[in-house]
Design a protein around this ligand. Structure first.
Ligand code: GTP
Length: 557
């Protein structure tokens, strides 16, 4: 009997035991109260209340204004749970963003000089930080702007302020697959406020994911921007792998800082779409800033960016040895690190920070590696977003699965639903729950991680460029089945679990049972002729098909 059923046995017993003698409906479970309040939804808000508590803990730092801070709080929930926006919604969001983009700022460090005591500075920092948070909360509340879950820990911003102050060149590292999502324009505005002599550079890392023409599109886009941001394309991964090939060249610039001939072909002023080597990057860092430096005789280069964009990998590629730990989990670097590369070049690795930015959904953050996949509670929106971007045949070829086609009456060209993909994927991998259902949350985590690490590749086009033209997929390698045959899947105790779509003719009209043999998922079936088959997922599918083929031949004969 359903838990929600009015005559649930558990509830009836509780009522009976607890309220003997009272009217039968005088005491109810909260979910039975028809008070217009959605209790099941509000269970969710407990976690959000935890966020609130966190906020209040920060607000408490403000001391006297604790109550006032409380009044300004509003927990902003996700606008669209599915994670996929229509064209009209995207346009509306973009208009809103253009209207308010100047208000989305990074917090500034308050003015200080030699006379400011450390206590005064700390108090001023807290005060201005809270004012900044209040402004952003108001913007979200009044304008309904959906923003990144920007960093709310003051300590992280303190680290950024220090990195900016001591850097002669501030490099913002962004993921080349979606540069504008990771780019914080206001960070550069802040850098220029601290000193007009500081240089700013956007490093489009993971550019190995981009083709030459895709890089050209982005380089043209940055060239035509009014703010004339300087950009370079880089692949920390490829540069780290290529370290042995360029050892000699690296030695040559380390000796005298001068590299002759064609070696330095690129200038940051040129807007080239070429991939930069680490040696070219180091040469740029050593020669670009010519004014007075923070540390006399050395150029300090600060590397900032979102978590997981590859700051540590870039530093490792440049330093040619593993000095900074690299992880696919966002937020690994917690404190800024200073690396003295050579006598005139110092690198400063800032912890990954989620900057305040305009974003369409939480799902977008997850698939871009900004939010942790392991802590994900609802896998449907990000998987739906992946499905809106990666074509069916690419998913089928990548995973060797067959995703069911839309049933009759539905748009045959619609992308698969998250359940269709995950059921097929989880069955195929043998990810099953103890009750025999496909373990879709587990399957989702694998698929989402594949998207983040580029196994499922998707790159976003610069504004004004047609996305379908920008990222074209190869045609399907093999013809996908035109129709699939639903086959009932049963447990050994004959309990029907659901249907599984199998593209093979031989499975027609047969009943397939599913069970576990040791740790392996075992399928057994009965063909139309009555001959039984047994297949172990661990064994090759080909063997099973061969066996079936022979059985059919035998039957036909
Ligand atoms: N394909 C590709 N992957 C990269 C590249 N650079 C980094 N990665 C991968 O991206 C992930 C994150 O790299 P990290 O260097 O740890 O990123 P980070 O910005 O230092 O991350 P935090 O410490 O969280 O701030 C790792 O799985 C890297 O292997 C690149 O150029 N190409």
């Amino acid at each position: 009997m359903s838990k929600k059923g009015k005559s649930s046995l558990g509830r009836a017993l509780i009522r009976d035991r607890m309220h003997k003698g009272a009217r039968p409906d005088s005491f109810r479970h909260t979910t039975e109260l028809k008070d217009g309040y959605d209790w099941s939804t509000n269970m969710q808000s407990i976690t959000e209340q935890n966020d609130l508590d966190e906020f209040l803990a920060t607000a408490e730092l403000a001391g006297a204004d604790f109550t006032a801070e409380k009044l300004n709080i509003r927990v902003v929930t996700e606008l669209k749970p599915t994670g996929v926006l229509s064209e009209a919604e995207k346009k509306a969001q973009n208009d809103l963003y253009q209207q308010h983009k100047d208000s989305i700022r990074v917090p500034r460090r308050p003015y200080w000089d030699a006379r400011t005591t450390p206590e005064e500075l700390a108090a001023n920092e807290r005060e201005s930080f809270l004012a900044w948070r209040r402004e952003l909360a108001e913007l979200q509340e009044t304008e309904g702007i959906h923003m990144t879950p920007y960093e709310k820990n003051l300590e992280f911003w303190r680290q950024l302020w220090r990195v900016v102050e001591r850097s002669d060149i501030v490099v913002q590292i962004v993921d080349a697959r979606n540069p504008n999502l990771f780019l914080c324009e206001d960070l550069f505005a802040y850098v220029r406020e601290t000193s007009p002599h500081k240089k700013c550079l956007v490093l489009l890392n993971k550019a190995d994911f981009l083709t030459e023409s895709q890089r050209k599109s982005w380089s043209d886009y940055f060239k035509n921007r009014k703010d004339e941001l300087k950009v370079v394309f880089f692949s920390a991964l490829e540069e780290a792998a290529a370290k042995d090939d360029v050892e000699e060249v690296s030695e040559s610039y380390r000796d005298d800082g001068l590299i002759s001939g064609d070696f330095i072909r690129l200038s940051v002023e040129e807007y080239s779409s070429a991939l930069w080597t680490k040696d070219q990057l180091v040469h740029l860092f050593r020669t670009w800033h010519t004014g007075t430096k923070y540390k006399a005789g050395s150029t300090t280069v600060g590397l900032c960016g979102y978590p997981n964009v590859g700051k540590s990998s870039t530093i490792n590629a440049i330093t040619q040895c593993k000095k900074v730990s690299v992880s696919s989990t966002p937020g690994k670097t917690k404190h800024f690190q200073t690396i003295i590369l050579c006598e005139d070049l110092i690198l400063c690795d800032c912890p990954g920070l989620v900057f305040p930015n305009f974003v369409s959904s939480k799902a977008e953050m997850v698939i871009n590696g900004i939010l942790s996949i392991d802590q994900l509670r609802d896998h449907v929106p990000p998987v739906s977003l992946v499905l809106s971007q990666i074509p069916r045949h690419i998913l089928e070829e990548t995973y060797g699965i067959c995703i069911p086609h839309p049933p009759e009456g539905e748009d045959p060209d619609r992308p698969p639903t998250s359940a269709e993909l995950l059921n097929a994927y989880s069955y195929n991998r043998g990810f099953m729950t103890s009750s025999g259902q496909p373990d879709n949350p587990r399957g989702a985590r694998y698929i989402l991680k594949d998207y983040v690490n580029g196994k499922l590749k998707y790159c976003i086009a610069p504004p004004g460029i047609d996305q379908d033209e920008y990222h074209k997929y190869p045609p399907p390698k093999r013809s996908t089945p035109s129709a699939t045959i639903p086959v009932h899947v049963r447990m050994t105790k004959e309990r029907v679990l659901g249907t599984e779509d199998i593209d093979h003719e031989f499975f027609k009209d047969q009943i397939v049972k599913v069970g576990f043999k040791g740790r392996h998922l075992v399928k057994s079936g009965l063909t139309a002729s009555g001959a039984s088959i047994v297949g172990d997922k661990k064994h090759h599918k080909g063997k099973k098909r061969e066996k079936l083929r022979r059985l059919h031949q035998h039957k036909d004969a």
